[in-house]
Design a protein around this ligand. Structure first.
Ligand SMILES: NC(=O)C1=CN([C@@H]2O[C@H](COP(=O)(O)OP(=O)(O)OC[C@H]3O[C@@H](n4cnc5c(N)ncnc54)[C@H](O)[C@@H]3O)[C@@H](O)[C@H]2O)C=CC1
Ligand SMILES: O=C(O)[C@@H]1CCC=N1
Length: 264
């Protein structure tokens, strides 16, 4: 498929659709003339700097204009889309909607399922995807370039990996947010001012994450090293480990994975 393909995003004003649309434009992966979005609420503010981007209200018009159709609506809105993609390439960002379900709803078996995460907003998403056998090698290269605009795109060998990663990386940015919330509550209850507590939590989580990325080693190596150091960190870590923080995380991931794998 040509790199000049017109890309249409259904739900292009929503959280993920807008993040993808903006990333494609800002990274010059797609020129504004080659982007079409459908939005029930009109053009909106997001694309105000890109007047060449076409905005339509009717999804059937978008399907007619686009070579590649990105679905970025909530899973419960899939059944109401009422489009026939006539075997065009469709990229679904939907959680909880299988290849079979998407293919039969949109009238194309040339379907890629892809899973962004909230960090697409800052172009740091982990963005795995799985392409049906009907998707050609050239189309897969295009998909990799499109999704790579939002961060790190990765083709997966099978669809079940995508359901798993929906729970791990798709939902993932919420997990450090939960940790941050808990640390912040603790800092406040220890009497720190809001300003210092917020700054300390943010800088620690961001700095710790960047350090992990730079070290590139097993995260457990850092844990082992600090337990062996046997200082204050070791006291905190041992207590959290004895309280089975690992079990709580595994049970949470299992629950999200079950939700991602079950038919709605
Ligand atoms: N928000 C997240 O962190 C993630 C979301 N996803 C998936 O991405 C998809 C989109 O999610 P969000 O962007 O968060 O939802 P959202 O609610 O922010 O955006 C969905 C957009 O679709 C529009 N829409 C609904 N029905 C439509 C229709 N018939 N025609 C045109 N537009 C329509 C809505 O008005 C809204 O603007 C979901 O299926 C979700 O499972 C996947 C990974 C992460
Ligand atoms: O919570 C959800 O269902 C979506 C899919 C993965 C992350 N957010």
């Amino acid at each position: 498929m040509s790199q000049d393909a017109v890309i249409g995003i259904i739900g292009g004003q929503g959280w993920m659709g807008r993040a993808l649309g903006m990333a494609l434009l800002e990274r010059n992966v797609v020129s504004p003339e080659r982007l079409v979005i459908s939005s029930r609420s009109g053009r909106g503010e997001a694309y105000r700097d890109w007047p060449e981007v076409r905005c339509v209200k009717d999804n059937r018009e978008l399907v007619a204009l686009a070579d590649v159709i990105v679905l970025s609506v909530r899973p419960e809105d899939l059944a109401g889309l009422d489009i026939d993609a006539h075997d065009k390439l469709v990229i679904s960002l939907l959680a909880m909607a299988s290849f079979q379900e998407v293919a039969s709803q949109v009238g194309s078996r040339r379907v890629v399922r892809a899973m962004p995460n909230a960090a697409a907003e800052i172009r740091r998403a982990y963005f795995p995807w799985f392409g049906a056998p009907q998707v050609t090698g050239e189309e897969k290269r295009l998909v990799q370039a499109l999704l790579g605009s939002c961060g790190t795109a990765r083709e997966l060998p099978n669809e079940s990996d995508l359901d798993y990663l929906t729970a791990l990386s798709g939902a993932g940015p919420a997990y450090p947010a939960l940790l941050a919330q808990s640390m912040l509550e603790h800092a406040r209850s220890a009497g720190l001012s809001d300003e210092i507590a917020q700054e300390a939590v943010m800088q620690t989580l961001v700095g710790g994450s960047l350090l992990l990325e730079k070290l590139g080693a097993e995260p457990g190596d850092m844990v082992d090293r600090l337990i062996a150091y046997d200082g204050t960190t070791a006291k905190g870590l041992r207590t959290m480990i004895d309280e089975d923080i690992g079990q709580a995380i595994h049970r949470g991931l299992d629950a999200a994975h079950r939700a991602a794998s079950s038919p709605r």
